[in-house]
Design a protein around this ligand. Structure first.
Ligand code: BTN
Length: 326
């Protein structure tokens, strides 16, 4: 009912009377009044004027299942979508449930994580109400060694969604950090369960710093949020809907060839390392090179000081920019 009232208010530019709403939805005036009160408590700014009714002034940054689902433009991703006000980690949740047969495309989304996980065993700061913590459960029929490419699919899709919703330029630091003005706004953690030749599932977990204004000491210098970069509160639900839309699009392109050839042009257009000097940190030592482009296997092509080209495989090395975070 709340959701239906919200839809009616969104359709209407002028005031909508309580009487009109109660007739359209076949509910009492008191029920309408109660639902409006709840919507206000959730953060919607609704103007009520005697004898005129209600008007939606501002759709707040409300993120819940109904708000996201009503904006979804996907065929299979996010269908179903499981929303949590609080969870340990959306990746862990899907992992626990995957054995029970969750279907390809299931998405877990949370308003807060109490044990958010980052890469390399780090934790991922996940305070309540200000960011997006989301994971996609995928069951692709591809070779397990190709699964890491899904992280790259997710990076490109998320960068496109951020650009579309905020107008910011979102770059990608190879392979999969998203940066705005040289600071990280998004991280991706992909986990897989597979046999030697067959994938059981892949979980792509994405954390986007949306409306955070403060960060833990360790990442203060390198992190930013969409709010800090735009100077405005960014609504999460439309951004989530766009992230799912672009992921579905690029995922389908990826499946056609089981490599990144269909995404290369878009990905490389977002690559912030391009033409920059990078320091490659390997177990055996460190050296510098100029980053060129990513290739269809997801490898970073670099030029060494002697002019020869070399491919860098993600996971084996870490690439750090020499100048600042990027
Ligand atoms: C990184 O270290 O850059 C990756 C961070 C990934 C964070 C996301 S938030 C949603 C999902 N659930 C988790 O526990 N981690 C990922």
């Amino acid at each position: 009912m709340k959701q239906k009232i919200l839809e009616l208010l969104k359709e209407q530019e002028d005031y909508l009377s309580g009487q009109m709403i109660s007739e359209k939805l076949h509910v009492s005036r008191t029920a309408v009044w109660k639902a409006i009160k709840q919507l206000k408590e959730e953060g919607y700014v609704i103007d009520s004027v005697n004898n005129r009714g209600y008007r939606l002034v501002e759709a707040a940054d409300v993120m819940n299942e109904a708000e996201v689902v009503s904006q979804l433009a996907t065929n299979w991703l996010g269908r179903p979508l499981r929303y949590f006000d609080e969870i340990d980690s959306t990746n862990e949740y899907l992992k626990r449930e995957a054995a029970g047969g969750l279907i390809h495309g299931t998405v877990a989304l949370a308003n807060e994580q109490t044990a958010g996980k980052g890469r390399l065993g780090r934790s991922w700061s996940s305070p309540t109400g200000s960011s997006i913590y989301i994971s996609y459960l995928l069951r692709p029929d591809i070779a397990p060694i190709h699964a890491s490419m899904l992280t790259i699919v997710a990076a490109l899709a998320t960068a496109r969604a951020i650009e579309d919703t905020t107008g910011l330029n979102a770059g990608i630091k190879w392979p999969n950090d998203i940066v705005v003005n040289k600071h990280k706004v998004c991280g991706i953690l992909t986990e897989m369960s597979s046999d030697m030749d067959r994938i059981q599932y892949v979980i792509v977990g994405i954390g986007v710093n949306v409306n955070m204004t403060e960060f833990p000491e360790e990442i203060k210098e390198t992190a930013t949020s969409l709010r800090l970069e735009t100077g405005e509160v960014v609504r999460r639900a439309p951004l989530v809907a766009k992230m799912l839309f672009f992921f579905e699009h690029y995922y389908e392109l990826f499946l056609k060839t089981e490599d990144l050839s269909g995404l290369l042009a878009d990905y490389n257009a977002h690559l912030v390392n391009k033409g920059k000097q990078v320091r490659i940190v390997e177990r055996t030592g460190e050296w510098t090179a100029i980053a060129e482009e990513m290739d269809e296997k997801g490898e970073l092509v670099v030029t060494l000081p002697d002019g020869t080209k070399k491919n860098i495989i993600s996971g084996e090395v870490s690439v750090r920019g020499l100048y600042g975070y990027v």
